[in-house]
Design a protein around this ligand. Structure first.
Ligand code: GTP
Length: 223
């Protein structure tokens, strides 16, 4: 068994209130909080998953959807390997914003970034849906990205989406992944690390803080 775990970076983007934080927390913590507390700047959490019997760590970056944080958010696109473009299926405006988010990702992220679109809040009653699956699928086909519907509330499709992303990332970025020395991270379900606008985007700079406040000793080969 290899001495190092592979680490891949996935960034969540989309308008405020679409449920980015809830998706991250559902995936990394299996929890859901009904209150909206706007993300300030950027956070990340990690979770280890298993892919074909091998552990793989996803570092999931939760960005702020509010306009005033867009310049900070963009700085993180450049280091993204995967991006989830989120919208709220009950709010047309958030779907209409996808094109602008997609443009920004294409402008600032690496050319080979893997992009999925995710229509969140699929648990809501059909009468509240403002974007049909067909409309979202058509948009995604036109832009050559995969589309998923999900619910951070019920966890519907959340694990599946990250598994699918991870399996593509492992194929595409095997030579560009970060590495964590095995056994240095004791609990894959980490607490989010709050970054300020002046914080570096390099995970090396967050060494020393892991899930339990214990030393993480993270090594990063692509910084
Ligand atoms: P910003 O941090 O401002 O960018 O917002 P965000 O996109 O991170 O939204 P957040 O995760 O805070 O969720 C916004 C609101 O939507 C909260 O009240 C959540 O409880 C609610 N919400 C998130 N996901 C779901 C879901 O799958 N279903 C339902 N019904 N509500 C959800």
């Amino acid at each position: 068994m290899a001495e190092y775990d592979q680490v891949y970076r996935v960034v969540l983007v989309g308008d405020t209130n679409v449920g980015k934080t809830c998706v991250v927390k559902q995936f990394c913590n299996s929890s859901f909080e009904p209150e909206h507390s706007a993300t300030i700047g950027i956070d990340f959490m990690t979770r280890t998953i298993e892919l074909s019997g091998e552990p793989l760590i996803l570092q999931v970056w939760d960005t702020a959807g509010q306009d005033r944080y867009q310049s900070i958010t963009r700085q993180y696109f450049r280091r993204a390997q995967g991006v989830l473009l989120l919208f709220d299926i009950s709010k047309r405006k958030t779907f209409d914003s996808l094109l602008s988010w997609l443009d920004q990702v294409k402008q600032f992220a690496p050319n080979n970034v893997i992009i999925f679109a995710v229509g969140n809040k699929a648990d809501l009653d059909d009468t509240l849906k403002q974007i049909s699956s067909t409309e979202a699928q058509t948009f995604c086909q036109n832009h050559k990205i995969q589309y998923f519907e999900a619910s951070a509330k019920t966890s519907q499709n959340i694990d599946m989406i990250f598994q699918e992303m991870a399996s593509i990332l492992r194929k595409e970025f095997a030579n560009e992944c970060l590495f964590n020395q095995r056994n240095k991270i004791r609990d894959s379900k980490s607490t989010a690390i709050q970054l300020t606008s002046s914080s570096s985007s390099c995970p090396r700079d967050q060494r020393g803080a892991d899930n339990n406040g214990a030393k993480k000793n993270e090594e990063c080969c692509s910084c």
